[in-house]
Ligand binder design. Structure first.
Ligand SMILES: Nc1ncnc2c1ncn2[C@@H]1O[C@H](COP(=O)(O)OP(=O)(O)OP(=O)(O)O)[C@@H](O)[C@H]1O
Ligand SMILES: [Mg+2]
Length: 239
């Protein structure tokens, strides 16, 4: 079995003529959590878009558990087991919680990794079960984020990409999100966590990559930034 969940090798990404990611290489170990950090505009969401086939990209290669995925459509990448929690959540506000989850359902039978059903999502997020008949647009911000995570899990991913799940949430809710992500990691799910919340990233991630102007600026175990305030201040602008 491949020991890497995801490998990007020399990836460049573009919006039309605008060249945003430059020669980006990174890897996510199978079962690992990679924190993808960087200031506003560093290219984090572009990187997520490139992985899932939404942003035009080229490079030496991109593999998911050893299988090439560079150039595949978003549908094909999703079917291969990549789930996404997009920036800003993008739940369907006029559908109920139940409907938001079931539209994403792909069933338990999958390509040899654990699948998720509605009961699994409700077991992970009991509050969503209580509110399953409620319109998603009427949920609190934290509940909407849990729904966005639940919806991504309903696609039965083996790699989960989360784009700033803590954005706009109170510290107590961020702590809940951290707990959920750590629990998911314990099940063996591989995770890429895009974050500007350093506390969350350092609590959940085991490896970190910092982007700066679309380029790799730092990569290593999370401890390499935990003890380096200068690096963090220089590349992220926070202490
Ligand atoms: N659809 C687009 N068309 C053209 N340029 C874009 C598009 N989306 C993003 N960009 C540009 O690409 C660069 C990287 O943006 P990106 O959204 O990836 O940053 P980010 O690290 O996710 O930032 P944030 O933390 O603010 O979400 C920015 O210069 C941005 O202006
Ligand atoms: Mg972004």
């Amino acid at each position: 079995m491949a020991t890497d969940a995801l490998v990007l090798d020399g990836l460049d990404a573009f919006y039309g003529d605008s060249h945003v990611l430059h020669d980006l290489s990174l890897r996510v170990k199978a079962g690992g959590v990679l924190g993808l950090l960087g200031r506003n505009g560093a290219g984090k969401s572009t990187c997520i878009g490139a992985i899932v086939g939404l942003v035009k990209s080229k490079g030496r290669g991109m593999t998911l558990f050893g299988e090439p995925i560079l150039g595949l459509s978003p549908e094909r990448v999703s079917l291969k087991g990549v789930g996404v929690v997009p920036q800003g959540r993008r739940i369907f506000p006029s559908l109920t919680v139940h409907e938001n989850l079931t539209v994403a359902a792909r069933g338990r039978a999958n390509g040899g990794w654990p699948g998720w059903g509605l009961e699994d999502a409700f077991a992970a997020f009991p509050r969503l079960k209580e509110r399953q008949r409620q319109f998603a647009g009427s949920l609190s911000g934290g509940e909407q984020q849990m729904l966005a995570i639940g919806r991504a899990l309903m696609t039965s991913p083996r790699l989960l990409l989360l784009d700033e799940p803590s954005e706009g949430l109170a510290p107590q809710i961020v702590a809940e999100v951290a707990g959920v992500l750590k629990e998911l990691s314990r099940t063996g799910l591989s995770i890429v966590l895009v974050e500007q919340n350093m506390k969350l990233a350092m609590e959940v991630a085991d490896e970190v990559v910092i982007l700066n102007n679309g380029r790799l600026a730092h990569a290593g175990p999370v401890d390499t930034i935990r003890n380096d305030d200068g690096l963090v201040e220089q590349l992220l602008g926070v202490y």
